[in-house]
Write a protein that binds this ligand. Structure first.
Ligand code: PMP
Ligand code: GLU
Length: 396
């Protein structure tokens, strides 16, 4: 029998390149090979103990049933209080919708706001899922290249030039996945001014806002100009900050009417996020916060090590990594040599995996060919061995 024909919206859908590479690395490791997987971006720390205990208590006390679609009131309240405290903006629980991870929150936002043919400006390098989620919602991702020389930051002039009558939305991610770059308040404010002028909605993916180094201050986008919160949707969650990737809790912070619409959407699509995970997330937000500083410190040390090692490899260049846990490095001079017929970032990653058993993700998956992403959310021992192998491969 012929395969069932997929709906049109599925035909161009790419699988997540980050997850695909992680799956390949673990399949290879299962055959007994010593693979160093630096592909997927997920903290290697265990979820803090007090958060796990809250989940156990939730199970034992019967919090195992459906919850309100937009999340349990305690969690919406905790998210609103945490965000208000850190940003200085007064946000109410009614402006918060809890979803099954920040990825789901993004899917909700695009579904709720993007019409067929609307253009969404996405600076590249971009995190793999943005373009696909925008397309699924019927929108057109407009990929705007940024330069390593500008630390991969979108400039306001470039944004202005990309505007068309169909431009509806701007997507920003700072600290950035995949580059680790952090915009300053002034840089974000300049982009906010263009967004206000052009009447754009801004989706600010702030999932790495607390994983930030060298004493930098995270700035939440809507705080930058009065009234900006009316046109901004903030997406964040517990996955990275509290090492809770598997628990699947993320959220949207936006205007109340939009939050209501997203809650309705979610009530039809998924009911509610996992009840147990929601209780764990309450403990994460309301409990002791030292775990964040501890993880952050470890990430900063690893960043220092990784950046220094990568910079010492001839032919590799990196931007200033101010947050998140990625090094996005340029390998153009290496590709230009055409060694073993390797002229693309995908081929380079493929050969690195084959020869040295190190898994990285090709820049092409992030809309930035000629680069490679390495996650440094791994133990120092793994990073050291991984970088030895990368250096050997790059200099062979
Ligand atoms: N946004 C960015 C920039 C990310 O790196 C991730 C991590 N995959 C997500 C959103 C999604 O996070 P979650 O695991 O909570 O769905
Ligand atoms: N954010 C992580 C990454 O980019 C997780 C993988 C994913 O969700 O695609 O590697």
């Amino acid at each position: 029998m012929a395969p069932l024909p997929l709906a049109r919206r599925m035909q161009a859908l790419e699988p997540s390149a980050t997850l695909a590479m992680a799956a390949r690395a673990s399949a290879l490791a299962a055959t007994g090979i010593d693979v160093i997987d630096l592909s997927v971006g997920e903290p290697d720390f265990p979820t803090p103990e007090h958060i796990c205990r809250a989940a156990e208590t939730a199970i034992r006390s019967g919090r195992t049933k459906y919850t309100p679609a937009a999340g349990i009131p305690e969690l919406r309240k905790a998210v609103a209080a945490d965000y208000s405290r850190r940003s200085g903006l007064e946000v109410t629980p009614a402006q918060v919708v809890v979803s099954n991870g920040a990825k789901h929150a993004l899917h909700n936002v695009f579904t709720a706001l993007v019409n067929e043919g609307d253009e969404v400006i996405v600076p590249t390098p971009y995190w793999v899922s943005y373009a696909e989620l925008i397309k699924l919602a019927g929108g057109r991702p407009v990929l705007l290249p940024t330069e390593l020389g500008d630390d991969f930051k979108l400039r306001p002039e470039a944004l202005r030039q990309a505007l068309t009558p169909a431009t509806r939305m701007l997507l920003l991610c700072s600290p950035s996945n995949p580059t680790g770059v952090v915009y300053s308040a002034a840089e974000l404010r300049a982009l906010a001014d263009v967004a206000i002028e052009a009447d754009l909605t801004v989706v600010a993916d702030e999932i790495y806002d607390q994983l930030i180094y060298d004493g930098r201050q995270a700035v939440s986008f809507p705080t930058l100009r009065p009234g900006l919160e009316q046109r901004t949707v903030v997406v964040a969650g517990v996955s990275k900050t509290y090492s809770m990737t598997g628990w699947r809790i993320g959220w949207t912070i936006c205007t109340e009417p939009l939050a209501k619409a997203i809650g309705n959407l979610q009530s039809q699509e998924t009911s509610n996020p996992c009840s147990i995970s929601q209780h764990a997330a309450v403990a994460a937000l309301n409990g002791p916060q030292e775990c964040i500083a501890e993880m952050c410190q470890a990430f900063q040390q690893r960043r220092d090590f990784v950046a220094a090692r990568l910079q010492s490899i001839p032919g590799i260049r990196i931007p200033d990594i101010g947050g998140a846990f990625y090094a996005f490095f340029n390998i153009r001079p290496l590709l230009a040599k055409g060694r073993d017929g390797i002229t693309s970032s995908a081929a380079w990653c493929e050969a690195l995996l084959e020869k040295e058993h190190v898994a990285l993700v090709a820049g092409s998956a992030f809309g930035a060919e000629g680069n490679v992403r390495m996650s440094f959310a791994a133990s120092s021992e793994k990073l050291e061995r991984g970088l030895d192998r990368i250096a050997r491969f790059a200099q062979a």
